[in-house]
Write a protein that binds this ligand. Sequence first.
Ligand SMILES: [Ca+2]
Ligand SMILES: [Ca+2]
Ligand SMILES: [Ca+2]
Ligand SMILES: [Ca+2]
Length: 354
Amino acid sequence: MTKHRKKFVRPFLENLEGRTVPAGIYAVGAPAGALPLVNVYQTGNPTPILTIQAYDNNFLGGVRVATGDINNDGTDDIFTIAGPGGGPHVKIFNGVNGQVLHEFMAYDPAYRGSGFLASGDLDNDGHDDLVIGTDIGGGPHVKVINGSDFSEDFSYFAYNPTFRGGVRVSVGQVDADPALEIITAAGPGGAPHVQVYDSQSKSYEQSYFAYDRSFMNGIYIATGDTDGDGRDEIITGAGQGGGPHVKYHDLIDDRDEASYFAYAPSLTSGVYVASASSSFRIGYDDVITAPASLGSGNIRVYDDHGDLHEEFFDHQDDGDSSNDNDGPDSDFRINDGLRGTNGVGGLGGDGGHD
Ligand SMILES: [Ca+2]
Ligand SMILES: [Ca+2]
Ligand SMILES: [Ca+2]
Ligand SMILES: [Ca+2]
């Protein structure tokens, strides 16, 4: 549906010295070992517009993120889930002021494996809804939380219920029918099999292999309209063990529109992907990447051709002493969030639609 594409992040427009192009927002979560902070950025601006402390000071498991306008006020809000070790603690922060709007346990509190988040208005009521997937150790259980009342709308197993590699999630408009799709990819141990699930019919529509079928290390996933034709591409990044290979896939044409290495080919930590409205072209989403590794908060922003447009280091304090400003943390992480509006979470963006 096109409706979700028409919501721009108005509040930020006014802050931007007369620019008329709506910048998208995305969030970057702390890596394991760092204070549990989330930095929120706009495309085209390497200075965070908001920083949130998502969990207690003593939780150093990292933060996974996504963004979406859950309270329907025109500004993307920030979704977080505690990193591995923290329990499935989901929090929703108001994107205007960072205040907590809601929090809950997404799965059995005894589950410590964290998860992945995405957002989009699946029932078309104006409130972006939250989609949650598990990380390593959890079954591939996808849950949809209604943005208007925080109730669970539905859930399903994206892969064999006995699979324990987790499921990465995204939300987008990737085909010709008006309903939004939930797009999933398996974590480590699963093939690079992308599944497209229709949020209205509650059934699988299509699937494809994003990389060679023998690549079993998991892939990261996002959704965004990189070529500005009104339909989202499925954006993937290879997991640990592969090169930092990013692809944009058009589902209807069944072809890759871009395929490139987001970092040096020797980087094998995996690459998180997210998307957010471009800061320089109306109607296009850019792709945000971050190494899924300790040691680098090297954020990069790419266009539809895979050309680099922006690069900076996300500062995440390393927790060695509070706010010591000692530079980019040694271990930063982005959510691979998924978007609803785009999220980079560890990198979560508003892939479109804020
Ligand atoms: Ca909001
Ligand atoms: Ca909704
Ligand atoms: Ca659709
Ligand atoms: Ca497109």
